[in-house]
Design a protein around this ligand. Structure first.
Ligand code: NAP
Length: 237
C-alpha cells in the first residue's frame, strides 16, 4: 500500500488517477480548488482518502501540501496534475497569466516541496503532467505550449539534480495527447476518451518511466512534430 498525493484531482485525468489508486487500496491525498468535487471522491472510501483545498497560484499552497503530507502520515508519490490552458488567438493577457500561474508558478512551488521532502526522507517518486503541446510552439495557445515546455525541462533538470546528489528520487514526465476532459472543448482527431486516458495514466506511472506518452502513439507524433520544417509547421498550427 502506498501513499500518493495528486494535486489537480477534482476533475479529468487527476480524478481518474485518484479513483484507480483508491480501488487499488492505496492511501490517496487529493487537492484542488473545488472542495465539493474532492468531497465526492473522498466519499468512495473516506478512511483512505484525504482532501485539501489548494489553489496552487497562492504561496500558502506549499504549507497546505506539507500539512496534507502530515495528515496522511507521509507521501511516497507526488503528482502535479493541475493545469490550465486556453486557445488564445487574441492573446488575452488574463488567460496567459492564469496559465503561467498554475502551470509554472504552482507547479514549481509544489514540485519543490516534494523534491525536498523526498530528499530528506531518502526516496520518492515525482510525477508531472506536461503535454505534447510542449514539444513545439503552438501559436494558438502561446502560454500553454510554453508552460508545458517549462514542465518538461524542469522535470528533466530535477531528475539530473537528484542523480547528481545520489538521491533515490524517480521523476516521471507525462506527455498526454488529446484526452476528452473539461479542458478540451472541441473534438480533435486521435482524441482518447477519459476512461482509457485515466487507465493509461495509472499504468504509466506504475511503470515509473522517465517520460511517457498517453497514449503511446503520441511519441511517434511528437517525433514528426520535430521533423516538420518550420515553414510548414507555421502553416499547420
Ligand atoms: N486533456 C488533454 O487533452 C490534455 C492534454 C495534455 C495535457 N493535459 C494536462 O493534463 C492535466 C489535467 O488536465 P485535464 O485535461 O484533466 O483537465 P481538467 O479536467 O480541467 O483538470 C484540471 C485540473 O487542474 C486543477 N486546477 C486548475 N487550476 C488550479 C489551481 N489554481 N489550483 C489547483 N488546481 C487547479 C483543477 O482543479 P480545480 O479547478 O478544482 O482547482 C482540475 O482538477 C493538465 O495539466 C493538462 O494540461 C491534458
Amino acid at each position: 500500500m502506498k501513499r500518493i498525493i495528486i494535486i489537480g484531482a477534482s476533475s479529468g485525468l487527476g480524478k481518474e488517477l485518484a479513483q484507480h489508486h483508491i480501488r487499488a487500496g492505496n492511501i490517496v491525498g487529493i487537492g484542488g480548488r473545488r472542495e465539493n468535487l474532492l468531497e465526492e471522491i473522498r466519499a468512495i472510501n473516506p478512511k483512505n482518502v484525504f482532501i485539501k483545498k489548494i489553489d496552487t497560484r497562492k504561496p500558502q499552497a506549499k504549507d497546505e501540501l506539507i500539512s496534507l503530507i502530515e495528515e496522511m502520515g507521509g507521501m511516497d508519490v507526488f503528482v502535479y496534475c493541475s493545469g490550465v490552458g486556453y486557445i488564445n488567438k487574441k492573446l488575452d493577457f488574463e488567460k496567459e497569466m492564469q496559465t503561467v500561474e498554475v502551470n509554472v508558478y504552482g507547479f514549481t512551488q509544489l514540485v519543490n516541496v516534494a523534491y525536498h521532502y523526498f530528499a530528506k526522507r531518502g526516496s520518492g517518486h515525482i510525477v508531472g503532467v506536461a503535454s505534447v503541446a510542449g514539444e513545439r510552439t503552438l501559436s494558438r495557445c502561446p502560454a500553454y505550449s510554453a508552460t508545458k515546455r517549462y514542465n518538461i525541462m524542469y522535470l528533466k533538470a530535477i531528475r539530473q539534480l537528484a542523480e547528481k546528489n545520489k538521491y533515490n528520487i524517480r521523476v516521471t514526465t507525462v506527455m498526454p495527447g488529446f484526452i476528452k476532459t473539461d479542458m478540451v472543448k472541441f473534438h480533435y482527431p486521435l482524441m482518447t476518451n477519459l476512461d482509457k486516458g485515466g487507465k493509461l495514466l495509472f499504468k504509466a506511472i506504475e511503470k515509473g518511466k522517465k517520460k511517457t506518452f498517453i497514449p503511446g502513439y503520441w511519441g511517434l507524433i511528437s517525433l514528426f512534430m520535430y521533423i516538420i520544417p518550420s515553414f510548414i509547421w507555421k502553416k499547420i498550427i
